[in-house]
Design a protein around this ligand. Structure first.
Ligand code: ADP
Ligand code: MG
Length: 210
């Protein structure tokens, strides 16, 4: 099994469609706890990415991911732009020169991407951010690889719906830092965790037959 360059391009294309379909939903989630722009931000960014794809279709997977990341940094804005930009740029650095990704390569790239987001944003699991979707998905992928299960089927259903992982309140350190956000976010599903869930779920679906 391996994910080819074309499989990666298919994933990115599918993500653009999924985020566009979920634009209003993501904005609605962001309106409860933030400034109601997450859906617009993500859909604008991935539309710009779609415009870049024809110029990178023949490049290696590292270059494809890096281009996606740079495009998101320059078009998404807000907190999510630099964070998703870092995610894809770090995934790109970890897959530099590769024409295809084995399951372990994808796990390595995903881990580098998540570490990049954590270094940049300083959030950890439970802080009610996109990390709450990304980290459990990586753990599930690693477990599937360790158990030598045929890939990626065991991972397919595993990126967890964020309503299960993101309904916690901010950790106490964050509560002290941002009581207003804590008060507003309690009981609400995080928009960035939801977009991350959609992005990884789309990967699992797109690559189901790899
Ligand atoms: P903004 O917050 O600037 O309006 P968006 O609405 O596009 O940007 O994105 C908000 C999402 O970004 C949040 O729901 C959260 O998941 C994610 N996010 C915000 N800060 C961080 C952080 N420090 N680390 C990880 N994710 C973060
Ligand atoms: Mg916002």
């Amino acid at each position: 099994m391996a994910i080819s360059r074309q499989d990666v391009l298919d994933w990115i294309t599918a993500v653009a469609a999924v985020l566009d379909e979920n634009k209003d939903y993501l904005t609605q989630l962001d309106s409860a706890i933030g400034d109601a722009d997450h859906g617009m931000n993500m859909s604008r960014g991935f539309r710009a990415v779609l415009g870049k794809l024809p110029t990178i279709g023949d490049k290696d997977i590292g270059t494809i991911f890096k281009t996606v990341g740079m495009t998101l940094v320059s078009t998404v804005g807000g907190a999510a732009g630099p964070l998703y930009g870092t995610f894809f740029m770090q995934a790109g650095a970890a897959s530099a020169g590769k024409q295809e990704l084995a399951a372990t390569d994808w796990s390595t790239a995903l881990e580098a991407a998540i570490n990049g987001v954590m270094m940049r944003g300083k959030a950890v699991l439970g802080d009610k951010t996109m990390i709450d979707s990304l980290t459990p998905a990586l753990e599930a992928l690693k477990a599937a690889i360790a158990e030598q299960q045929p890939w990626p089927r065991p991972w397919n259903d595993r990126p967890r719906p964020p309503n299960r992982v993101c309904w916690r309140r901010f950790r106490w350190s964050r509560v002290r830092a941002a009581p207003a956000i804590w008060g507003r976010s309690a009981g609400h599903q995080d928009p960035g965790a939801t977009s991350s869930y959609l992005i990884l779920k789309t990967a699992a679906q797109t690559w189901a037959d790899c």
